[in-house]
Each structure stands twice: as C-alpha cells, then as structure tokens.
Write a protein that binds this ligand. Structure first.
Ligand code: SAM
Length: 270
C-alpha cells in the first residue's frame, strides 16, 4: 500500500481533534466529573466531531445511499446509530410510514429532529420516533414500538456506518434481525469494512486503536458485510436471508482505508 494512502487518515484525525478538542476541554472545566464518565466524555467529543464530519460523510456516500435507500425503504424504518438523521433525506414519504431514529448519543437528537422535521417526519403526527437506547437493547426497541410479543414491528432496518461502532455487532445485528425485523423485511446497509487486501487490512488494524478514540469506538477492521451475509436464522442451520445483494462503491480505489460495501438483504418470509 502506498504510504500516502496509509497515512491519509492523519488529515481526518487532525480535523477531528481541531473540531472537538477545545470544546471538550471547556466541557471538562465546566463539569470536571465528566472525567469519571468515559462514555459520556467520548459521546461529547463525538457530538462535536460529527458536527464537523456529518455533512461531508453524507455527501460522500450520497450516490450509494440514493440507490440503496430511496427505492427500497418502506413501512416502519429503523435507522440504527442515526447520527444527525441524514438517512431521513433518502426516504420516500409515500412509502415510509414511520422513521425511527435510534441514537444513544442524545447530544445528536436535536439535529435528528430538525433534519427529520424538514423532511416531513414529525413526532406530532407519529411519523418520527427518536430512541436513545443502544441497538443491542431490543427489549426497549420493541416496547417503544408497542410491539406484541413475537410480532416484529420493523419493515426496513438500516445501518449506515454504524456496524463499525456498536459493541458485539454480530450478536446485536442477529438479535435485531431475528426479533425486530418482520419476516420478509429487509436490512439495508452501507459500511466501511475490513479490506480483502492484506496490506490495507494491516494498516486498518494499526490505525483502529487511535481512530476509535476519536470516533466513539469506530473500528476500521470489521468485516461487517461478511458477518451480515453469513447470518443464520433460529437454530443456526439456515441462512437468515431469502435474497441478498452486496456491492461496492463506484470508483472507490481498492487501496482505501475506508473500503465500503453496501447491501440489501431480505429476511425469509414465514
Ligand atoms: C459514524 S456515526 C454514523 C451516523 C449515521 N448513521 C450517518 O451515517 O450519518 C455512528 C453512530 O453510531 C452511534 N452508536 C454508538 N454506539 C451505538 C450503539 N450501541 N447502538 C446504536 N448506535 C450507536 C454513534 O453515536 C454514532 O452516531
């Protein structure tokens, strides 16, 4: 791998520190007890990072998301790790009945609300629901959607650049698909993943410990697309998916530390 590609990540790291370091120091001076709460500290830092990066990252993935989300998302849509809620801008209001933005970083909720409201989804008419639990908390998700036991409520589950961050992604995604996604429902994802090129993967592993400090646990070394493809239903003998399609990002160089895969996976209907 060219060294210029391997070290290009330093620009992003420097930019993230520039955007979030001073506000975080000010916040610590204001509430020193934050130092005793590493999760809250990391979320505060990430909230400032995402103000600097969110729009650019959305712009960068716009073509893939238009192709992935707009023609496919329907019914009740659960967006895990919604960030500022950029996904809502790709939803077709004629086909989507409710946008459920799950985002444990509550400092991002006001952004979600304003982007969703501008796109026509509001809490007042129940077309918008913002959840502050983690994606692993399927019990809270189901109770927030008032779902009767054994009746998964979600038609479309979306993960945009989130499987890189959530703890135990294989267990969490399997639980979400099993318990929260309806039979015949779909998972749409767009993620940066572990590269199949050994030298790129080596650099992704080298940078992950530093990167995850700045980006609230985000890892560069997860083969999330493979985990999703290999997901198995119930007793673990059959594939979870009746239909699956995974593709890359047009024009993306192979020597990219942020190598993306997008996919549409349809759960078996019973
Ligand atoms: C890189 S951002 C992506 C945001 C958004 N999906 C987008 O594409 O603009 C990852 C998001 O995952 C959220 N996150 C972190 N831990 C999570 C968890 N356990 N469950 C769900 N989301 C989580 C972070 O707060 C962050 O907003």
């Amino acid at each position: 791998m060219k060294l210029s590609n391997a070290f290009s990540i330093l620009f992003d790291l420097r930019y993230s520190v520039q955007a979030a370091f001073m506000p975080t120091i000010r916040e610590i001076l204001h509430s020193p007890s934050l130092l005793l709460h590493p999760t809250a500290l990391s979320r505060f830092f990430m909230s400032k990072v995402w103000i600097a990066f969110g729009d650019g990252v959305d712009e960068n993935g716009r073509d893939v998301k238009k192709h992935l989300i707009t023609p496919n998302a329907y019914g009740v849509v659960l967006d895990i790790g919604a960030g500022h809620g950029h996904t809502v801008n790709y939803l077709d209001q004629n086909r989507v009945t409710k946008y459920v933005a799950l985002e444990p970083n509550t400092l991002m909720h006001s952004h979600i609300r304003s982007i969703a409201n501008a796109a026509g989804f509001t809490e007042a008419d129940s077309t918008l629901l913002i959840l502050s639990c983690g994606a692993e908390d399927t019990t809270s998700i189901l109770s927030s959607l008032s779902s009767p036991i054994h009746e998964p409520p979600v038609d479309t589950l979306i993960s945009i650049l989130t499987m890189c961050t959530i703890p135990s992604p294989q267990t969490t995604m399997t639980a979400l698909v099993n318990d929260v996604l309806k039979p015949g429902g779909q998972l749409l994802f767009y993620e940066h993943v572990l590269s199949p090129k050994a030298d790129v993967a080596w650099w992704q592993r080298v940078w992950t410990p530093v990167w995850k400090m700045a980006f609230d646990g985000c890892r560069l070394d997860r083969p999330s697309h493979l985990w999703v493809e290999e997901m198995q239903a119930g007793d673990g003998e059959e594939s979870m998916w009746g239909k699956s399609e995974v593709w890359g990002k047009e024009g993306e160089e192979e020597e990219n530390l942020f190598w993306h895969r997008a996919g549409r996976m349809v759960k078996w209907a019973v």
